[in-house]
Design a protein around this ligand. Structure first.
Ligand code: AMP
Length: 272
């Protein structure tokens, strides 16, 4: 399955991608995570991306596209992928379309996670990430507080929770503005291509995962049903053609039989 998760910062794309990755056995590709890793490693890409990220703006399209091209060429992405945080504007969506057409791997679905503005701000301010395993927690919910007490699967010690530098109040409002201006138009872009599914992403994490999987599998089931209907329609059309051909052959033979019969009659008359 090749999926895009679309949604504002704080809508749960990261959390849901991680859960989906375990259920569907396909990798999560988060451009935000890839960029943060590049910043942490101090690579040239990281240095170029850092300023935009700190200000809550989008990183240059060419940098992000180069990164995505490389990531999609890796072996694990051949089984499918969940794109989290990419594409973020129309230019990126069009470039992705072209890239996937070249790879002959078109998208199966785009799911938009819908969350109320106030809830987005609440979630972002409570968001923490384990510096060791990358798991995302929300310390403003009781489930998040409980999970915080569990041990990190990487280190076996308690999770080391850190707040993202761009999860501060000023940057968050800029990120939400950028989402409305540049990313929200993708909803119509994908709706027009028949790929869009919208789900309510508020409520318990597990309940949102259930809605997400239902949306994905309803789409796959509809696709399979359409394919089955078109195969059946082809079979019926072919069957309808066959008797017509047979009739034509039968008609074509009749005059010849008539001639033979007539010949037979005149021969008998001649003998008499
Ligand atoms: P995220 O973790 O998806 O919220 O992304 C964090 C930051 O990384 C964003 O605010 C952008 O500065 C940058 N970023 C992530 N994905 C993209 C993208 N597809 N295009 C441009 N910038 C991105």
């Amino acid at each position: 399955m090749r999926i895009v998760l679309l949604g504002a910062p704080g809508s749960g794309k990261g959390t849901q991608s991680q859960r989906l990755m375990q259920h569907e056995h396909i990798p999560q590709i988060s451009t935000g995570d890839l960029l943060r890793a590049a910043v942490a490693r101090g690579t040239e890409l990281g240095r170029k991306a850092k300023e935009a990220m700190d200000g809550g703006r989008l990183v240059d399209d060419q940098l992000v596209l180069g990164m995505i091209r490389e990531r999609l060429a890796e072996a694990d992405a051949r089984r499918g992928f969940i794109l989290d945080g990419f594409p973020r504007n129309l230019a990126q969506a069009e470039a992705l379309d072209k890239l996937l057409a070249t790879l002959q791997q078109p998208l199966d679905a785009v799911v938009q996670l819908e969350v109320d503005y106030g809830e987005l701000v609440r979630r972002i301010s409570g968001r923490r990430t384990c510096a060791d395993c990358g798991r995302v927690f929300n310390v403003s919910t009781s489930a998040g507080k409980h999970a915080e007490g569990e041990l990190c699967p990487r280190t076996g010690a308690p999770h080391r929770l850190v707040q993202r530098p761009d999860d501060n109040e000023a940057t968050v409002s800029e990120r939400l503005r950028v989402y409305d201006e540049q990313t929200r138009p993708l909803v119509e872009f994908y709706r027009a291509r028949g790929l869009l599914r919208v789900i309510n992403a508020e409520g318990q994490v597990a309940e949102v995962t259930r809605r997400l999987e239902q949306a994905l599998h309803a789409r796959a089931a509809a696709k399979a049903a359409t394919a089955k209907r078109s195969t059946k329609a082809k079979r019926v059309a072919n069957a309808a053609k066959r008797p017509a051909k047979a009739k034509r052959t039968a008609k074509a033979k009749r005059p010849a039989q008539g001639k033979r019969a007539a010949k037979g009659k005149s021969a008998r008359r001649a003998r008499r």
